[in-house]
Design a protein around this ligand. Structure first.
Ligand code: PLP
Length: 380
């Protein structure tokens, strides 16, 4: 009897779709704690820049092994405010990876600077330090290194170049909460880091949110002023600032979720380990992890020239996948002004043609991973 029942469960699981991302389960698991946090904010009568934001900032700075955290509206504004706080803007150049989410480039643009792309290392997808110096001009003021897909960039190499040139290093850590580079947490590896708490990130709010993390006390103070209308004292405006504040409610919810981040990242590592062990015969390029990197697997990205066919086969089997990203920033209409043609950044372009992100997340169960592995091996 028991065997028949097990078989039935197996048969039914074989048909259950595997979504690309399960955003709901972590919140259902934590519903009582999240509800409590909501009630705390509701009953406080204080909804902007209160105790929850203050507490979250201190907890997240500690988590990142950095001195300061300033909660802001989202990840894009975190990066933009860092540039502005360093006085980087009109006429300046900011080095960015050629393969990243467009937000990295937009941060430079909105600060008034020009994004100068540098190609990645083929196997890590992260900025190639050996190509940075050729892109530096007298106008270069900063390098934004992205820890793409949750894997840290080679920060010692990036920092060495920046130090020699006297320019700033900014981490775009929007995909890498909790990742380590040579034992150190991302967010503590450059002059300042921008984080996003967009719901789908490893640490996500129930809406938009972001943070600047830094051990530069002066920078942290300037960001605090910039995020709040340029004022330190209410109705006293030292500079023309922004309205870019992390909501009190989102901070309270993030405090609940931060306590589970390490456990969730560990579960992502288990899923990634399973994929890596089981897909060696599937004819795909699997992620490469340098020995100094401890990634947090925001995404598990494979590469194949047959991406479109593979994605269709998986979709027919009920398995959700995504492409991060289909078009590189330099070929987006939004950046037509820079005049880059197809072929300008061939490494990034090839990646964008071939990458496919498999289902990934802390709530992806072993049966789901097995279904994805089975479907990929069938397709090989
Ligand atoms: C998500 C993301 C951002 C932007 O974060 P938002 O909170 O959506 O503004 C920036 N850079 C990278 C690499 C991202 O993945």
């Amino acid at each position: 009897m028991k065997n028949m029942l097990d078989q039935k469960i197996l048969d039914s699981e074989a048909c259950i779709p595997v979504p690309f991302l399960d955003l709901k389960s972590p919140h259902i698991d934590l519903k009582p704690q999240l509800q409590q946090a909501f009630d705390r904010v509701l009953n406080s009568g204080w909804y902007i820049l209160g105790n929850e934001v203050k507490q979250f900032e201190s907890e997240f700075a500690e988590y990142c092994e950095a001195e300061h955290c300033v909660g802001v509206g989202n990840g894009l504004e975190a990066l933009q405010l860092i540039l502005r706080a360093y006085g980087i803007g009109d006429g300046d150049e900011v080095i960015v990876p050629s393969n990243t989410y467009i937000a990295t480039w937009l941060a430079a643009s909105f600060a008034g600077a020009t994004a100068v792309p540098v190609e990645p290392i083929e196997v890590t997808y992260n900025i190639d330090p050996s190509r940075i110096e050729a892109a530096i001009t007298p106008r270069t003021k900063a390098i934004i290194a992205v820890h793409l897909y949750g894997q840290p960039a080679d920060m010692d190499a990036v920092n060495a170049i920046a130090k020699k040139q006297g320019i700033k290093v900014i981490e775009d850590a929007a995909q890498a909460h909790g990742a380590r580079y040579k034992g150190r947490r991302v967010g503590s590896l450059g002059d300042a880091a921008g984080f996003s708490f967009y719901p789908g990130k490893n640490l996500g709010a129930l809406g938009d949110g972001g943070a600047v993390v830094t051990s530069d006390a002066e920078l942290a103070e300037r960001i605090r002023v910039l995020r709040n209308y340029g004022s330190q004292m209410k109705y006293h405006n030292e500079i023309k600032g922004f309205n870019s504040r992390l909501d009190e409610l989102q901070a309270a919810l993030l405090r609940v979720k931060l306590k589970h981040l390490d456990e969730w990242n560990d579960r992502r590592r288990i899923v990634a380990g399973h994929y890596n062990e089981s897909l060696s015969e599937a004819g795909l390029k699997l992620p490469y992890v340098p020995e100094w990197a401890d990634p947090v697997w925001h995404l598990f990205v494979v590469r194949t020239p047959q991406r479109e066919v593979l994605q269709q086969k998986l979709s027919a089997a009920g398995i959700g996948t995504m492409i991060h990203y289909p078009i590189p920033p330099h070929l987006q209409p939004a950046y037509a002004e820079l005049g880059f043609a197809v072929g300008a950044f061939p490494l990034a372009e090839a990646m964008h043609r071939e990458v496919l992100s498999l289902p990934m997340g802390p709530h992806l169960e072993p049966w789901g991973v097995n279904r994805v592995v089975g479907a990929l091996n069938d397709a090989a």
